[in-house]
Design a protein around this ligand. Structure first.
Ligand SMILES: [Fe+2]
Length: 247
């Protein structure tokens, strides 16, 4: 065997080995290990675990979006908030809700970071708890209050949908309790929290593209429609009752 034939034979053998290995891998369902996720930034704040499985809100909110939204986007807000408050023990001792409710008390050097990253942490922590499959519509005191303020549940849905689809760019649409104790619909840009305005959130719709683009692409209206099938109305009613007690 000359040199050229030997190289050709070795090359053929290597290809056969690789092909066989690839078949074995596929047959065993083998997947290349994912790159290790970066460790969370240590600090006083952490992402709360979801109170349900990642696929619990299917088919309205898909599991992949829930993973990205909770594990990556929310984690990023928390990481940046922890980095911002490092070296500020007077801030680190407060809850994120206390911080965004009184931004003027936050040192100016980190106020914007707390507004954006702290707002992201507070808004998402609230958001996860108000999702679930808890009935098609509110009941009890919240149902009465919605009917009184918006004429009907469908009237409320229409107004909230208009607010959510009308947010320019990234932000949130909310049902809140005003300082006077009335139900209001409002929007906030970016990660601004209703708490900063002195309002108590009852429910909210995250209309950042990261919340819906994988499944709904640019069809925000379809995502907002689906949202109404993914609300935990028991949890929302509890937020309403808590807000009423505190007002
Ligand atoms: Fe989000």
């Amino acid at each position: 065997m000359n040199r050229r034939m030997a190289i050709k034979q070795m090359s053929g053998l290597a290809s056969a080995v690789l092909f066989a290995a690839s078949r074995v891998s596929r047959a065993a369902g083998f997947q290349a290990p994912a790159a290790a996720a970066p460790a969370p930034v240590a600090g006083p704040f952490s992402v709360p675990a979801l109170p349900y499985a990642y696929d619990a809100l299917e088919p309205y909110f898909d599991a992949e979006t829930m993973h990205l939204h909770h594990d990556k986007h929310h984690q990023a807000y928390v990481d940046k908030l922890n980095a911002a408050v490092a070296g500020h023990p007077e801030v680190a001792g407060k809850t994120v809700e206390e911080l965004v409710a009184n931004l003027s008390a936050v040192p100016e050097a980190i106020r914007t970071a707390v507004r954006n990253q702290g707002g992201g942490h507070a808004n998402h922590s609230f958001w996860w708890l108000t999702l679930g499959k808890g009935g098609a519509a509110p009941t009890g005191e919240l149902a009465k209050a919605i009917d009184t303020r918006f004429s009907s549940f469908s009237g409320f849905q229409d107004k909230l949908t208009t607010a959510a689809t009308g947010v320019f760019g990234s932000g949130w649409a909310w049902l809140v309790l005003s300082p006077a104790g009335t139900l209001e619909i409002e929007t906030t840009p970016n990660q601004d929290s209703p708490l900063t305005l002195g309002h108590k959130p009852v429910l909210g719709i995250d209309v950042w593209e990261h919340a819906y683009y994988l499944k709904y692409k640019n069809k925000r209206a379809d995502y907002v429609k689906a949202y109404f099938s993914a609300v935990n109305w028991d949890a929302v009613s509890a937020k309403f009752a808590d807000g009423k007690k505190a007002s």
